[in-house]
Design a protein around this ligand. Structure first.
Ligand SMILES: *Cc1c(COP(=O)(O)O)cnc(C)c1O
Length: 456
């Protein structure tokens, strides 16, 4: 492999760096191709048994830094995913990244390498529905129990940590309520607790950074131990492929690779390629545009008479606005509140729920720029109702107690012209019955009934 210019790529800004990646990857020779390859070879030619043995010995991070990887079999290690991993680690400010078939496969691996039977996980009470189900339904079968608590409250954190606690897990912003959790604050508390513990008993902090993306927030720099992502969302960005990643210090590399090898949830090179070629290189320009639109849409909704409340970290009315400004910061040090917002329509719980369904159905039927679908972070604006859709697995009492209202609406802003998104929202809001008129109608109905009664 010949050394090629420039050797100073780390001096470039991240937006540029994400487009070009590394010219010095061990996984590819950049002298010929501009676009990296989509590798399609389940197994690899070895020129001697000795080389094969060396490959197995090198696998899982035992190779020296300057050695080229010896590829053996795609489930162990392959070039396209390897290139993506290098770039993801860089984007997140981590040492290593290991990719998985989906976000859930990555999250399972993060728990798999950090918790054993008898250990306890402390998780924030509101989580992506499948993560909740993994913790509540599946991990207990292997003897790993989870306590769901409010991690926004430092006292609750301290009270809930026990001798068996090994992992603290949360999303920030939380899907879908957009609550924030203060990573640095939790780091401080864990440092105090870990100080008195043996190395093997220390508590590890794992953060799901899917909602913010590394463009808006880099939890490792605030003190998280591991970061997980669903690559299916804003990092992939175009909604064509699923994927997940764990980003961690190099000391976890060995376990992550071995876990992936044995549980088998690898990211296929065909799915890694679009994320490598289209997704990550456009992340910065997509997110900077989408969050500008998100703020405009949030302000429009906040002023609308039929909207009860809008939750978006970029709004001054956001309850944790100060924390948002400190924790959600782009690569160029600007406030980066993300591209997802959550809002509730006016009325009591039942009315708001009815209105939300009517409103979303109207969007599904009539809006050109907004699509009813789960998932988020795509170039297309997507709308859904988390209570009955993505978060259906969470028990109802838990959801309502935690601010996840039956009528809550999640809106993931895409790259469309913001005027069009606002027009489509405004039209659907117009189609809702006017609540003041509804009140009048109700009163009118009552008087008529009373009159009818009296005349009987
Ligand atoms: C979608 C999502 C996941 C799961 O990712 P998949 O790629 O769908 O497996 C995990 N966490 C959050 C916050 C998500 O939004």
């Amino acid at each position: 492999m010949t050394e090629i210019k420039p050797s100073n790529e780390d001096e470039y800004r991240m937006r540029t760096r994400l487009i070009h990646g590394s010219f010095h990857s061990k996984h590819w020779e950049y002298n010929h191709h501009i676009v990296p390859p989509m590798s399609a070879s389940a197994a690899y030619r070895l020129d001697s048994v000795h080389r094969g043995a060396e490959g197995f010995a090198h696998f899982a991070g035992q190779e020296a830094d300057d050695e080229l990887p010896i590829f053996i079999y795609d489930r162990l290690h392959e070039p396209t995913g390897g290139l993506l991993e290098e770039n993801l680690a860089h984007a997140e400010g981590g040492e290593v990244a290991v990719c998985f078939a989906t976000g859930m496969a990555a999250i399972s691996a993060a728990f798999g390498i950090t918790a054993r039977a008898g250990d306890e996980i402390l998780a924030h009470h509101t989580l992506y529905g499948c993560t909740y189900s993994l913790l509540a339904n599946w991990l207990p079968r292997s003897g790993v129990e989870t306590k769901f608590v409010d991690l926004r409250d430092p006292q609750v954190l301290e009270r809930s940590i026990g001798d068996k606690t090994r992992v603290v897990y949360f999303e920030t912003p939380v899907n879908p309520t957009l609550d924030l959790i203060d990573i640095e604050n939790i780091r401080q508390r864990l440092n105090e607790i870990n100080h008195a513990r043996d190395e093997a008993d220390r508590i590890v902090m794992i953060v799901d950074n899917t909602f913010a993306t590394p463009y808006c927030q880099r939890p490792l720099l605030h003190g998280a131990d591991l970061v997980v992502h669903s690559l299916t969302k804003a990092i992939g960005g175009f909604g064509t492929d699923m994927g997940g990643v764990v980003i961690a210090p190099a000391s976890y590399h060995h376990d992550l690779l071995l876990y992936r090898k044995d549980f088998g949830g690898v990211l296929s090179p065909r799915n890694a390629w679009p994320i490598l070629v289209y997704g990550l290189p456009t992340l910065a320009c997509r997110m900077s545009n989408q969050q500008k639109t998100a703020l405009k849409v949030a302000r429009f909704l906040e002023r609308h008479p039929k909207v009860d409340r809008v939750i978006y970290p970029g709004l001054e009315s956001f309850p944790q606005y100060e924390l948002a400004k400190r924790q959600m910061v782009s690569y160029d040090s600007k406030f980066a509140p993300g591209s997802v917002l959550y809002f509730v329509l006016k009325g009591d719980a039942a009315e708001a729920e009815q209105a939300a369904e009517k409103f979303i159905d109207d969007i599904a039927k009539n809006a050109y720029s907004i699509t009813l679908a789960v998932s988020l972070g795509q170039i297309r604006t997507l709308i859904e109702e988390p209570y009955s859709m993505t978060h259906a697995t969470m028990p109802g009492e838990l959801k309502t107690a935690k601010g996840l209202a039956p009528g809550g609406i999640r809106l993931s802003i895409g790259l469309e012209d913001w005027h069009d998104i606002i027009t489509d929202l405004a039209d659907a809001l117009d189609h809702l019955p006017d609540r003041r008129n509804a009140e009048c109608d109700k009163n009118e109905l009552k008087t008529q009934r009373n009159k009818a009664k009296m005349s009987r």
